[in-house]
Design a protein. Structure first.
Length: 60
């Protein structure tokens, strides 16, 4: 038997927007158009969505 959970916020559906406004992005000319750029991103922290409640979580 599973206990009944009466949470106010946990488990509530959270709307997520996966679109972005391209007008917010800034662009600049490539100073070396003959070279293929290699960009590396290194992050020591991350965010994820809980698979049970769909709410955000943070980790280091």
């Amino acid at each position: 038997m599973t206990p009944e959970l009466n949470f106010k916020s946990l488990g509530a559906k959270t709307p997520y927007i996966f679109e972005y406004n391209s007008q917010l992005l800034e662009a600049f000319p490539n100073p070396n158009p003959n070279l293929d750029p290699l960009i590396t991103l290194e992050c020591k922290e991350f965010t994820s969505l809980c698979p049970i409640t769909s709410q955000p979580d943070f980790g280091v």
